[in-house]
Design a protein around this ligand. Structure first.
Ligand code: M6R
Length: 359
């Protein structure tokens, strides 16, 4: 039920801190230790390569999952768009482990790949919000997202639940293979900080709404740029904006902009920079300067400690592997207000259905 909310999307954005806390509860024991089905972590650790297969927002979460699994569990990961994988299968390693990420568990493109994976006899897992969904039934293992029903077409709380669940899986797998990186990562504590940070951000709606009025009200296009995890969030940011505000948007690796796309920058073109990494932040700022000098209207979303005067949105500090969980929140709200201010149907954008059950 929407309750007092005008739109499901806003309700679902607001639910994210609670989803983080629920996930911690669902995946910890009485001693407060993380617990993931040991057959899953064993299979993942036995594999020589993980293949993440998904579509849309779930695919974007998969990119963050790649970093988490590689850093914490030390297993190499490839991330694939399901519709491409189905007909252009890459060379598969000797001992692959497949992870299907799907909020609905019903996406036809992803299922198509799972059917092939099953035919080939490979090990698989579905990470989904819907217990008993097709992808959950047909994969060997399942991890649930515990996000509660997601009604708005634009995926929000499922994305953050996917990232948190991938972090839980990565940490548990790393612990099972005694990886120092996993042992030193206090995920339960860090997810608590994330939940508190998200709470602060969802309280900044009025500020974000006025930023959107100022920066995005007239425009027909927009760019999001970032590096590393901030690049993956930029891709998600662009999808969210396109999907519900119909502003043509692109999420870009900040360093790649100057290799062609910068030609699209005109007087007033909005370019939003996401900066949560110390190492690459200065470079992204350099890229923002480049576009500003060509007329772009820039907005910076930066993490506490890395902020500079004039940054539009400052994010609460969280662990460097979990930054997408907080940086995506204002980005979801930017899309929401851009849609609302244009008088569009936020929850049911044109041409889209909640789950895409055709190939
Ligand atoms: O249910 P799934 O996670 O498999 O759905 C995948 C995509 O269709 C979905 O994430 C889509 O991109 C969203 N509407 C984006 O907000």
């Amino acid at each position: 039920e929407k309750g007092t909310y005008e739109h499901y999307m806003l309700k679902e954005v607001d639910e994210q801190p609670a989803v983080m806390r629920r996930l911690v509860k669902e995946y910890t024991n009485e001693q407060g230790e993380l617990v993931v089905d040991s057959t899953i972590t064993e299979r993942l650790n036995m594999s020589d390569r993980v293949y993440i297969v998904a579509c849309g927002t779930s695919w974007h979460a998969g990119w963050v999952g790649k970093q988490l699994i590689e850093q914490l569990a030390g297993v190499p990961v490839e991330v694939h768009v399901a519709s491409e994988f189905a007909y252009n299968m890459p060379l598969i390693s000797e001992k692959p482990f497949f992870i299907f990420i799907s909020q609905s568990g019903e996406t036809a493109d992803s299922r198509q790949v799972l059917v092939k994976v099953n035919e080939l006899g490979y090990d698989s897992m579905t990470m989904t919000n819907v217990a008993g969904s097709t992808l959950s039934r047909e994969a060997i293992h399942t991890m649930l997202l515990h996000a509660g029903p997601e009604i708005a077409v634009a995926s929000t709380k499922a994305y953050t639940a996917q990232i948190a669940t991938l972090a839980i899986l990565a940490k548990a797998a790393g612990m099972a293979s005694a990886k120092v990186e996993a042992e030193q990562f206090d995920l339960v504590h860090e997810l608590g900080l994330v939940a508190a940070g998200m709470e602060r951000l969802v309280g900044e709606k009025d500020m974000i709404s006025s930023l959107v009025k100022e920066k995005l009200s007239e425009t027909r296009n927009a760019f999001y740029i970032g590096r590393g995890l901030d690049y993956f969030v930029s891709m998600e940011a662009a999808l969210k904006l396109k999907e519900i505000s119909y502003i043509q948007a692109e999420g870009f690796a900040a360093g790649e902009l100057k290799h062609g796309t910068i030609a699209l920058i005109e007087e007033g073109t909005p370019v939003i920079g996401v900066i949560t990494e110390e190492e690459t932040g200065a470079h992204t700022r350099g890229n923002l300067k480049e576009v500003e000098s060509r007329g772009a209207s820039t907005l910076v979303v930066s993490m506490e400690g890395l902020e500079r005067e004039g940054d539009g949105i400052v994010l609460p500090k969280v662990h460097s592997l979990l930054t997408p969980l907080v940086s995506v929140v204002p980005i979801q709200l930017i899309a929401y207000y851009a849609s609302l201010q244009r008088g569009l149907d936020v929850d049911k954008p044109r041409n889209l259905a909640k789950s895409v059950t055709v190939e």
